[in-house]
Design a protein around this ligand. Structure first.
Ligand SMILES: *Cc1c(COP(=O)(O)O)cnc(C)c1O
Length: 341
């Protein structure tokens, strides 16, 4: 049995998804004539109660576009020290928008409204970069798939209003947070100016992200997407996968969360594990007591056909997903209970 727990991006389209893709009505999306893309964008805009949505090939491009829409070169973005936009987008904040990040010392990738207030540079103090945008991630990837407290997000919204700051959500795994916390897309649409969501993570699509936002900001989004090389043609085939996933793959995320929680419980009981980050969704991050044993630990699993991610410094990551079945889970749990180092 081959089990890949490195990421929720390793899934392959299901039969139902492929059928939906093959039968999609398509057109040239650069002319905005692809009716399936248009349907996906309209559906997501409506879902979040926003006027506009735009389809992107990747979450990185959607986030980079949002940052560009909110800022001018020289400005500063407030985000967590573990933020995806800071760590995993190739330095795109400086490459594409010419902005810097003010990193907050958050807790599992999440910070407080108080911390935001302290991080804002006074706008008339021209020695410092002008603070323009606050960016949060839900769920927080490097935070171990942690979910924000919605009340805190509302407080940050108020801080943004008082200080004329934009508020962007990197919602690559927002679906996981919504299912785990029983929250609604409408709630999120009311708090943020722009939201990016991925269809290629927990929802099992081969590709695709969508940026959703307010009219004034989004009117330039299609131009930025073009500049970044993201103007695409008959991509209704891909949008069809997204529509299918929204119908069929959202509620089942609860299964992924349940499996991840079970892994967390067993890991907690193993003597050579120092720490397991509290498991809230589909990501399990844990730390070995002896970091030099990382290679040995990974090897133990790979010999049994199981792949997980090493994050360095003795930290490891497991991610559950659509292609991780019940029987794989039974096998994995047996291997995990028997692990010896
Ligand atoms: C995966 C991910 C993205 C987008 O990644 P792409 O691979 O570019 O689609 C953005 N933010 C977070 C938190 C992610 O996990």
């Amino acid at each position: 049995m081959k089990i890949d727990l490195r990421s929720d991006t390793v899934t392959k389209p299901t039969k139902g998804m492929l059928d939906a893709m093959l039968t999609a009505q398509v057109g040239d999306d650069v002319y905005k004539e692809d009716e399936t893309v248009n349907a996906l964008e309209e559906r997501l805009a409506k879902l979040f109660g926003k006027p506009k949505a735009l389809f992107f090939p990747t979450g990185t491009m959607a986030n980079q576009t949002a940052i560009k829409l909110h800022t001018n070169p020289g400005d500063q973005v407030i985000c967590d020290k573990d933020a995806h936009i800071y760590h995993y987008e190739g330095g795109g904040v400086s490459f594409n928008s010419g902005v810097s990040c003010k990193l907050l010392e958050g807790n599992h990738g999440m910070f407080t409204a108080e911390q935001v207030i302290d991080a804002i540079n006074p706008p008339d103090f021209y020695h410092s970069p002008l603070t323009k945008l606050v960016e949060v991630e839900n769920t927080a990837n490097r935070g171990g798939g942690s979910c924000w407290d919605f009340e805190e997000l509302k407080k940050i919204r108020t801080v943004c209003n008082t200080n004329q700051l934009g508020f962007h959500l990197d919602g690559a795994r927002l679906w996981n947070a919504l299912v785990a916390k029983n929250e609604t897309t409408q709630d999120y649409g009311q708090v943020f100016d722009t939201i990016s969501v991925c269809l290629s993570k927990g929802l099992g699509c081969p590709i695709g992200s969508v940026l959703i936002g307010d009219e004034n900001l989004m009117q330039n989004a299609i131009r930025i997407r073009k500049i970044l090389g993201g103007g695409m043609r008959q991509v209704g085939y891909l949008a069809a996968a997204g529509l299918y996933a929204l119908d069929n793959h959202v509620e089942r995320l609860a299964d992924d969360h349940q499996k991840a929680k079970e892994m967390g419980v067993v890991l907690q009981s193993l003597p050579f594990i120092k720490k397991v980050v509290p498991v809230e969704t589909n990501i399990v991050i844990f730390e070995l007591a002896e970091r030099e044993k990382e290679a040995k630990f990974l090897n133990y699993f790979s010999e049994k056909g199981i792949r997980l991610s090493g994050m360095g410094s003795g930290k490891l990551r497991l991610v559950t997903h659509l292609d991780y079945t019940d029987s794989m889970h039974d096998y994995f749990m047996t291997v995990l209970r028997g692990v010896k180092l």
